[in-house]
Design a protein around this ligand. Structure first.
Ligand SMILES: Nc1ncnc2c1ncn2[C@@H]1O[C@H](COP(=O)(O)OP(=O)(O)OP(=O)(O)O)[C@@H](O)[C@H]1O
Length: 626
């Protein structure tokens, strides 16, 4: 073997060494039966260890970093990164004082950042198998030794998920393991070394703060527990809650959602919730969690894309601290604890059934078998990125539970959730505050132009009135005659012609119409009426204008409150065309004379009013024929 190692390293050589070492290739457990298992195993592992050393995969052997695997970002293959496989991590807790006192030995060995070996020591009284040792090897996305810090665990397992939540995706972290294996320590931690829940929320708020410069975000939090198959609100405890399924997935009806603004606020609520959580001392754990706890954080925020559309994105992070699977003997028998234990085991069994069904690709997944699986439905089979942290004890006294945990963790690795696309709603609102300000300015300008136009028309009317008075005393003046006798521009059939009508084309006179003072007086009166109507219309438009300014203020206010509904309503309300159409419709439906409406069209000159222009000028003709 040594000679093999002296040779230059080629892929063939690696293969040969691997064959010699008989390293299990599958992650399934491998039993090694050997007459002298320790020696044999050592001998087989020696060349591999040397190779690891050469490739810098093993940590340096110094006392401070003994048995320590540096938690680092996993360099998973690209396909694994992009896929939605449930990522599984294993964490070994330090051996406890109680276990040491009971003379337990360490049966878990983490040889590299991804592989864990479980040694099953044979009972010294089992003479038949005394010389046999059983070893099992599992590969996970990362394995954390007892020396791994909370921060290392968080950044390797969960930080990426938090990033996804901020991009509008759903993410779940759940911790699985036997009672006393370190689940609550990993998820919640202590005041001195906070766990994944606390670190995730801190990270979430830190990231939101740097990204959401205009405060367009909302964070809601809820915290519930499943105890003896009943769901309870941990922050506002009361009656048990009913699980319902709606479009957003499984929701606990009546669960309080708290809007939180800072990490401190979250910490207070978490503490309050943990205070209400059911924990009892058992033989296995002094502070054993007797319930499954689910902390859910919903992050909603609005951002603008390149086209200035509002994107409303909602991400949900679920952090689950499961109650520990346990043997009745490990806790207490025939007490309330054993009833709790039975329920815990029942829900964990339901969880393992779901995992099995998902891995086997079955059509029916029995989520409804327990409240826990109902709650985890989205995380296991929905659109969610899911992380499982399996907590294990290093003690050989718990090797059965450890093996069980590793087995289920290994199974969970094969679960694939659905594509976890961002939950985004797009609001194509192009009018920002500045856009609306521009619109107001534009309308003001238009208003001013219309006023000027009106003044000019009034001036013309005055001139006309003066001329009509003059005409009353003498015969038809050539100027008025020529003006009044101008026929309308003939429009060919099928010819779509849009001519901007002048104010006077609304009342035109045929050459046959005899111009006399009386008729001109009628025309002048009609025109005066028209001017009055126009003035009142302009007044109304001014009111519209001030209403628009008010609405603009409302919109800006609404946007700052980030209400989706307000934004949508605002969009409708402030859309320029709707206001114009509304005011135009109102105007054209009013009982004003048609001539006046035509005059108004002449001022506005909008194509939307073409149909009015094409109507016969019956009213004015009748007037003139009188
Ligand atoms: N990584 C660790 N480092 C130091 N102490 C740990 C670690 N993991 C667990 N412990 C300690 O082990 C004990 C049991 O841990 P914990 O309560 O988290 O177990 P658990 O799996 O949540 O148990 P249960 O399911 O009964 O609630 C605690 O005293 C805890 O402080």
């Amino acid at each position: 073997m040594d000679s093999l190692l002296d040779q230059p390293k080629t892929p063939q050589l690696y293969e040969q060494i691997a064959r010699n070492v008989s390293m299990p290739v599958s992650t399934r457990s491998q039993t090694m039966n050997d007459s002298n298992p320790h020696q044999s195993l050592k001998k087989k592992l020696k060349p591999l260890t040397l190779l690891f050393k050469q490739k810098n995969l093993l940590p340096p052997k110094n006392p401070s970093s003994k048995n320590r695997v540096v938690a680092r970002k996993l360099s998973l293959p690209e396909t694994e990164k992009t896929g939605n496989r449930v990522t599984v991590f294993v964490r070994v807790r330090p051996i406890s004082k109680k276990e040491k006192e009971a003379g337990s030995r360490c049966c878990v060995r983490i040889v590299n950042p991804r592989d864990v070996y479980l040694t099953e020591f044979v009972n010294p009284n089992d003479y038949l198998r005394l010389k046999r040792i059983r070893g099992r090897h599992f590969t996970f996305d990362a394995c954390f030794p007892d020396s791994a810090t909370q921060q290392e665990v968080y950044s390797t397992s969960t930080s990426e998920l938090v990033e996804g939540v901020l991009q509008g995706r759903n993410g779940t972290v759940f911790c699985y393991g036997a009672t006393g294996a370190g689940k609550t320590y990993t998820m919640l931690g202590t005041v001195e070394s906070p766990g994944v829940m606390v670190l995730a929320i801190k990270d979430l708020f830190r990231k939101i703060k740097t990204r959401s410069c205009d405060g367009n975000h909302a964070v809601h939090l809820s915290y519930l527990e499943v105890y003896n198959e009943t769901v309870r609100d941990l922050i506002s405890p009361g009656r048990s809650l009913v699980l319902r399924e709606d479009k957003q997935g499984i929701v606990a009806a009546g669960l309080t959602q708290y809007r939180v603004y800072s990490t401190d606020e979250v910490m207070t609520l978490l503490q309050q919730g943990n205070h209400n959580r059911t924990t009892e001392p058992t033989c296995a754990n002094e502070t054993s969690s007797r319930s499954h706890a689910v902390l859910q954080v919903v992050v909603e925020y609005q951002v603008r894309d390149a086209a200035m559309n509002i994107i409303n994105s909602v991400g949900k992070l679920s952090l689950v601290d499961l109650a520990g699977s346990e043997r009745a003997l490990a806790t207490d028998q025939r007490t309330l604890r054993s009833l709790e234990g039975a329920n815990i085991n029942r829900s964990l069994l339901a969880l393992s059934c779901c995992i099995n069904a998902l891995v086997d690709g079955k059509k029916h997944i029995p989520y409804r078998n327990s409240k826990l699986t109902q709650l985890l439905k989205d995380s296991l089979g929905g659109t969610c990125s899911t992380v499982m942290i399996a907590s294990i004890s290093p003690s050989n006294l718990s090797s059965g539970e450890t093996q069980n945990t590793l087995h289920w963790a290994d199974r969970a690795k094969e679960i694939r959730t659905k594509a976890n696309d961002a939950n985004e709603d797009l609001f194509p609102v192009t009018e920002t505050g500045t856009d609306q300000a521009k619109l107001v300015l534009e309308l003001q300008k238009e208003n001013h132009e219309m006023r000027m136009q009106l003044a000019r028309q009034q001036q013309k009317l005055l001139t006309l009135e003066a001329q009509s008075l003059a005409a009353y005393s003498c015969s038809t003046p050539p100027f008025v005659s020529s003006l009044l006798s101008t026929p309308p521009t003939p429009v060919q059939p099928n010819e779509k012609q849009w001519t901007r009508p002048s104010f006077f084309t609304a009342i035109y006179l045929t050459p046959e119409t005899k111009c006399n003072g009386e008729k001109i007086g009628i025309i002048v009166r009609t025109l005066n009426q028209n001017v009055k109507s126009l003035e009142s219309e302009i007044e109304r438009m001014e009111k519209d204008h001030s209403l628009l300014i008010k609405q603009k203020d409302d919109v800006i206010c609404g946007l700052s409150q980030k209400s989706r509904k307000t934004a949508a309503t605002t969009e409708k309300v402030v859309t320029r065309s709707s206001i114009r159409t509304k005011s135009a419709r109102h105007f054209f439906q009013s009982p004003l004379p048609m001539a006046m409406k035509r005059s108004f069209c002449a001022l506005g000159g909008r194509k939307t009013r073409t149909h009015v222009m094409s109507e016969p000028t019956a009213h004015s003709s009748t007037l003139l024929q009188q």
